[in-house]
Design a protein. Structure first.
Length: 342
């Protein structure tokens, strides 16, 4: 048995017509055009009569940048923003913000997501409403509940660092109890990563962040207690959930009964995630977060032992809270951004 050998640097191949091809030589500098790719460092592989097409262009550049960004800590969305000019939004990525080894660690989840949750204060003709909101874009878009800002003449939000800013209502959807606010001129805010509610299971660990009774950045934890609960809330501005002192009371119906006051004649019903994480008046519009640090719901209602109460001082969490699934929120964002006021 014999085997052929070839010295390093020898490059021979057969011409497609069978005649030997001349040895490979780099083109003279004068023959190189700037728009052409540089010549290969070595001659084509023996037996191939074709030059390999060289990949290139924006797609390759984006892929390369994305891989590098991911390697240094989840900066893919930021890199994409810089290359395309789009604002970073929560819907650009659902990458977990809590390391795998810290999954389910409430302290880590709280540290990562608290800057993305704000307190919302709405001035109404009949008083005021205090709720919460979730930042969904770095330029100041905030999702909250419609019943928090329904009928508001002005809205202010307070971030976790104590800064108070004026916000305006961009769009509302009373049928889903959602509203979108915007802080004009804002930049660099930390958007919360929106996950998916499709894979949520009963028993999953969750964390709730909001401003119950005006106590900004309050963190509670629990589990998902049930799924697809029918919760009915008011869509009527006159039934926006205000008690004697203007405190939010979350009028809603569940299981054929009304809680925290009359919901009025105009209502809407949605499928909610039920949780035993402690929720109180003021948590409405805040974030329900999974063990990986992704928002899976917008807290919207609670069952209170003080049902039919005339004042929120009679209400308190007994571990039956409800949140709008985040998939519903994501599907509604385009409509809200377009200025819908349904």
């Amino acid at each position: 048995m014999t085997e052929s050998t070839r010295r390093t640097g020898d490059h021979e191949y057969e011409h497609p017509q069978g005649t030997p091809a001349p040895p490979y030589a780099a083109p003279h500098a004068a023959d190189v055009h700037p728009e052409w790719p540089p010549p290969p460092a070595h001659a084509p592989t023996a037996g191939t009569g074709r030059r390999r097409k060289r990949p290139g262009g924006p797609v390759t550049l984006l892929a390369a940048v994305a891989l590098v960004a991911a390697a240094v800590g989840g900066g893919t969305a930021y890199a994409f923003q810089q290359l395309t000019g789009h604002d970073t939004t929560a819907t650009d990525t659902a990458t977990p913000v809590v390391a795998a080894g810290k999954k389910g660690d409430v302290a880590n989840i709280a540290a990562a997501l608290t800057p993305s949750v704000v307190e919302v204060n709405a001035t109404l003709a009949s008083g005021s409403s205090t709720g919460s909101g979730v930042i969904v874009s770095s330029e100041g878009e905030i999702v909250t509940n419609n019943h928090v800002v329904s009928g508001a003449s002005s809205v202010k939000v307070r971030t976790s660092d104590g800064t108070s800013r004026t916000a305006r209502v961009v769009g509302t959807d009373s049928s889903k109890d959602l509203a979108l606010l915007r802080i004009d001129g804002a930049s660099g805010l930390k958007a919360a990563p929106l996950g998916t509610s499709a894979g949520v299971q009963v028993g999953d660990t969750v964390v709730a962040i909001g401003s119950p009774e005006g106590l900004t950045s309050t963190v509670t934890s629990g589990i998902v207690s049930a799924l697809d609960r029918d919760v009915t809330v008011s869509t009527d501005e006159s039934q926006s959930g205000q008690g004697q002192n203007g405190d939010e009371q979350w009028p809603f119906q569940f299981g054929g009964r009304e809680f925290n006051g009359d919901t009025g004649s105009s209502t809407t019903t949605y499928k909610a995630i039920q949780t035993d994480a402690s929720l109180n008046p003021g948590n409405s519009g805040g974030a329900l977060i999974d063990a990986s640090g992704r928002v899976i719901g917008i807290n919207s209602a609670m069952y209170s032992s003080g049902s039919q109460a005339s004042s929120s001082t009679d209400a308190g969490s007994i571990g039956l809270g409800f949140a709008i699934p985040v998939d519903t929120v994501k599907a509604d964002l385009a409509k809200l951004r377009a200025g819908s006021t349904s």
